[in-house]
Design a protein around this ligand. Sequence first.
Ligand code: GLC
Ligand code: CA
Length: 548
Amino acid sequence: MKNWVKNSVVYQIYPKSFYDSNGDGIGDLQGIIEKLDYFTYLGINVIWLCPIYKSGGVDGGYDIADYKAIENQFGTIEDFDELLAQAHKRDIRVIMDLVVNHTSDKHEFFIESRKSINNEKHDWYIWKDGKDYKEPSSINSVFSGSAWEYDDDCKQYYLHLFAKGQPDLNWENEKVRDYVYTTIKWWMDKGIDGFRMDVITVLSKPDFIYTKGGSFEDCANNPKLHNYLKEMNKKVISKYDVMTVGEAPCTNIEEAKALVAQDRDELDMIFNFDHITTEDNEYGKWNKNRYSMPKIREILASWQKGLEEKGWNSLFWGNHDQPRLASRFGDDSTKFLLEKSSKMLATCLYCMKGTPYIFQGDEIGMTNVPISSLEECRDIESINAYNEFVNEKKIYDDSYMMDCIALKGRDNARTPIQWNSSLNAGFSKGKPWIKINPNYLDLNIENQIQDKQSILQYYRKLISLKKDLPVLIDGTFDLLDENNDDLFTYKRTLNNHEIIVMCNYNKESISIPSSLIKQINLGELILSNFETNLEDKLQSYESRVYLM
Ligand code: GLC
Ligand code: CA
């Protein structure tokens, strides 16, 4: 693992909602350029841009219509070059989103592909004949309904694991792979610093899903995936000083090792979802369950241990597909609790071993957006799920489903960044493309820059601590007091340096076990989210970091 990757703190930008420079209601590249000094202020050194390519517009940019062009609403390729140069000038690296499991159905390759079964591009996608006038097999798309779509011209079905507008590329076809590698090379030659790779674990599908059917999960981590990633690494990635992080749904620790162990020459890191899917039930994410700390502690610890020898973790609580950290894992019921729990959660995760990823807005404790009707939703996943659960299958009624969407929907993460208390939270002078969270009047970056006790100021301290202390980078991880239902405590050890991190996940004060009191009394308290700490108790969502 390259040192700079290990030492990085990454900030994820969802460009559409970051900052709008020209008043059309949509965040854009010039907007990011204007705000670059904010990243320096925060102390981060890598930004990851969610897709800014020309897109079919069905899935927030994750349906790419041209891999080498910028979507008009975001700007031009010149704007991108300027962003890259300006970021590099500030020692900020830039990674992009690589979405190559599928393209948009508006991509010229797919337009060709669907013209006829004899078209030279036909085999670039996954086409199969129907069975008795029905789909080739039974497999569902992640965004509800069948993953097969019939095409009248070809008289065949194409596979789309996501929306209809996102046909899956056929990775078996060498020309497809070469095209992807050339595209990667094109961006690397421009000077970008790496890629986050969208749903990279499902590139290779097992044959049985085309005949017998199966699930999305069956498509993950098939043997050929590793051939492809090794080939990609050998042909392009390894030739550049870049980082790669693969989005890895349905991946366990053993499978993860095969993807990220150094001697495998595949990826630097992956995002695994074990700790952010514990609330799921038979209806997937669409429920009102709340997580339990002991469960996620067990999961996080097992990943820490699992990748200790060979591999490296990515540390993230959320992203553009998840509800807001503060509302989901924290407590947004009062300003005080929001502040304490947001700081505690950041401490708990980012002091672990791995590269931290901060999703835009979490550094000020942005919360879920109150939505009451489907008209306010922008996300295809929520809209399709509503139709499936309420209209078609009648599993939930409108009000229950709207509650689920309010709790779990992806739009929560996608509301505009709250810069200040002026019109539209200072995000745009025009009408924003999506609702702004009404709490922006108080909860915004400007206020938190002024307030010494703010969540933002705490993030800055935490980030600089992470950079200053080698034990927080390379130290081993061990749970302490692991049967405690409320306190999440662990230590990091490197040579003769030790750090103890204690976090109270409860709103109530919780007693510190006496064995731990003795230990921490020997150390120096270097960070806490409370100004006054009690001898024997952690207060509401209190966190402490001790240097031993
Ligand atoms: C990934 C992206 C998500 C997108 C999906 C399909 O999970 O993070 O936003 O909808 O892939 O590309
Ligand atoms: Ca704009």
